[in-house]
Design a protein around this ligand. Sequence first.
Ligand code: ATP
Length: 435
Amino acid sequence: MEEASPTQSIENFEIIRPLGRGGYSDVFHVKSIETNEEFALKVIKRNKPAQALNRVKNEISIQMKLEHPNIVKLHTSFEDSSFIYLLLEYCSGGELHSYIKQKERLSESETRRLCKQIINGIDLLHSKGIFHRDLKLGNVLLNKNKTIAKIGDFGLAIEIEGDDEMRRTICGTPNYISPEAASRKPYGLASDIWAFGCIVYACLVGKPPFDCPEVKQTLNKVKNLDYSIPDYLSQNAKDLIAQLLSPDPWKRLSTSQIMSHPFFNNNSIPKLQIKTDYCNRDYYEGDTSPLIKTGKARTGTDTKNGSRASIAHSTRTTQSSEGENMPLKYDQSQQVRRSLQLESIQPLSLYNLDPFVHTLNNGYIEITNQGSIKVYIAKRLLEVSSDGQVIFYQGKRYTLKTMPRSAQKLYLYASNCVDVIRKHSVQNSFDSQYI
Ligand code: ATP
């Protein structure tokens, strides 16, 4: 296959244990003998029918292009005379399906936290014209702490030309299939939104809305929109589900509408807002303050202590006439401070921080499972090792001393984020995935 890596081979990995078996593959937890890094290795026999091999080729070509904290990363693929191998990011928390089974159902706040990430992943796919076609609880994988959700299994995914391009081949899993696909009508990206609706429902209720022992029965229920929403769900949750499971695909919410739906914007949780005007020139050049601040006011609920508390934060702000916190304007003293700071950057340390993802309007910040921090803003990616000494910027490796100025700014940003995460124990005190 054209994407296969010539430099990897199965000899480079130690198999730790089998993770599971799919319809056409076996997946193993493996460790690189050279680096000790852990991965999931998907192994496919080559003696499969051409259709199955095409599916693998398609999966590789699509997943290889995707880089997002809520999408399982495909690092590389390689092959030998008997097998094709896909080297994937290892998601040690297993499938969302098993997690829900174990907990029976999730609370609204946990559903909000995980589903917000799933919709962020879907948003990226749809923005690139990628139609997943098999979104379900079993294809959402979790990190060890079950706080980060990642979309996986791109075996049925396809690239489409425009938002309204339609497909006819019936595929996917009956429990998550949209009424238009079940009725063999043309279907498009809105079918992924339907499947997302089934996922939200399944998180909150414990099983998908049209779940039946018989496939035919399930499909009939889907076509007749035969499902019920339990009374114990909040009005926001009920409304979101109803709008996602609209029988008319054109009436289903878009990814951006979903993200701004009240279910995902529950004001009882303090908002952690990471300034997204980072790339605004005034701010970018002049402001050296930490870039995370609390919501409009300086107060928020300290969920640890269960009380309304003033959250001290070191973001330099000024009060506007409406009393809102505003970033200070650029001035010369800041410029001087900025240049001094750039010359004496201290290495950041990610010691003892759990994986963390926060999505921005134009990118994201991620503390990865491997303990590095990634900052992706306005199409620029900086990754810093856990000790702060090794820096990858736009695909090149640097040290603290050799990194270019534009990387230094992102480095400072990352460093400030780490400080604020530590200071406010973001991961423990708040719903840190709340975006
Ligand atoms: P399907 O027939 O559902 O399309 P498949 O052959 O594509 O299956 P997967 O469903 O992707 O295979 O994976 C099979 C098993 O391996 C699943 O139980 C899944 O949880 C596990 N698995 C797959 N990828 C990973 C990963 N990156 N990290 C951890 N476990 C994984």
